[in-house]
Design a protein around this ligand. Structure first.
Ligand code: PEP
Ligand code: MG
Length: 324
């Protein structure tokens, strides 16, 4: 099967009725980048910048970071890379940076919240990203945004760093796009307020589902209790799709949902056209995309929204079997 996926890597990711679905890859370490040509992914939809921070014993300085980001962009060879700024705290602990113990780390001092309180960390990272881009496209996204003000502040820091680079006569990125991760349910109802501010939104379904069902993503006791293929999740995704379309904001999904063929099918049925996933999932999801017809899929997925079953996985599987 692996060989078959490899052979199919250059086949376009287009549905039977001619709809393009962009397949992107998630990455963290430099070695992950080798999967880009291997899988035929269109780019990196989520580069988790905290991963290289996690395998060290102290904070990398700005130059060290810039060197790494430059290598990532070199390896991407012109394909877009979306750098997510540090998402530490919660389940991602840096051995050299842990402050007070928290009762609820997933809902605690993490990600953009740390960046707001320790602006030096984010500033250094943004500086490194700008430095590494030099004349190339730069895409930056901020994790765990819960309100528009956090996004506005983070983006202002990026603008300030750009200005600084310009003043110093340094090469700046050829283009810049800035986005927010949608992981906190409250952000769904602020998408309209991000219009004109955010270029894109990426749904982090791992965190979004954990908060939607109040169900710790790392607790094995809760495995299988809630299903991503269920009416509440699909309804939320539908609402996000609508609001993003209305606000002119590009949408992608970069959590685990995007990499599961059945979940991806539902996402496509709801109008999502950009999916970012682990490299190993690209082949199976490409097969799924190439075998589906969006018009019938859309009707079917929307019919699922009224169902009360705990899981719609069986229903989706039957549909997939009946439709190639
Ligand atoms: C997510 O929450 O879905 C996500 C992509 O981010 P992470 O898994 O790194 O928290
Ligand atoms: Mg997350």
């Amino acid at each position: 099967k692996r060989a078959a996926y490899r052979a199919a890597r250059d086949l376009p990711s287009v549905t039977q009725d001619g709809v393009d679905v962009t397949l992107l890859m998630n990455a963290g370490l430099l070695i992950d980048m080798a999967h880009l040509p291997e899988t035929g992914a269109a780019g990196v939809g989520l580069y988790r910048t905290e991963v290289p921070f996690m395998v060290r014993s102290d904070f990398p300085d700005t130059d060290t970071q810039a060197e790494l980001y430059r290598k990532i962009l070199d390896q991407a060879d012109g394909r877009p890379v979306t750098f997510r700024t540090l998402d530490i705290g919660g389940d991602k602990v840096l051995p050299y940076f842990h402050e007070a113990d928290e009762e609820n780390p997933a809902m605690g001092w993490r990600a953009i919240r740390i960046a707001m309180d320790r602006p030096g960390l984010l500033r250094g990272q943004l500086r490194a990203l700008i430095d590494a881009s030099e004349g190339r496209a730069l895409r930056v996204m901020f994790p765990m945004i819960a309100n528009v003000d956090e996004f506005r502040k983070a983006k202002a820091m990026l603008d300030k760093e750009l200005e600084r680079a310009e003043q110093r006569g340094k090469p700046i990125p050829e283009s810049i796009e800035v986005g927010a991760m949608l992981e906190v349910p409250a952000l769904v109802f602020q998408i309209d307020a991000l219009a004109g501010k955010a270029d894109f939104i990426s749904i982090g379904s791992n965190d979004l589902l954990q908060f939607l069902f109040a169900s710790d993503r790392g607790n094995p006791r809760l495995d299988g209790r809630y299903d991503s293929l269920s009416a509440p999740v699909l309804s939320v995704v539908q609402e996000i799709v609508r609001r993003c379309a209305r606000s002119g904001i590009d949408l992608s999904v970069c959590g685990e949902m995007a990499g599961s063929p059945l979940d991806a099918l539902a996402l496509i049925g709801l109008g999502v056209r950009r999916l970012s996933m682990s490299p190993a999932n690209i082949g199976p999801v490409r097969d799924t995309v190439r075998s589906c017809v969006t018009t019938s899929l859309q009707g079917f997925t929307e019919s699922l929204l009224n169902r009360t079953d705990r899981s719609l996985r069986g229903a989706m599987l039957n549909f997939a079997r009946d439709h190639g």
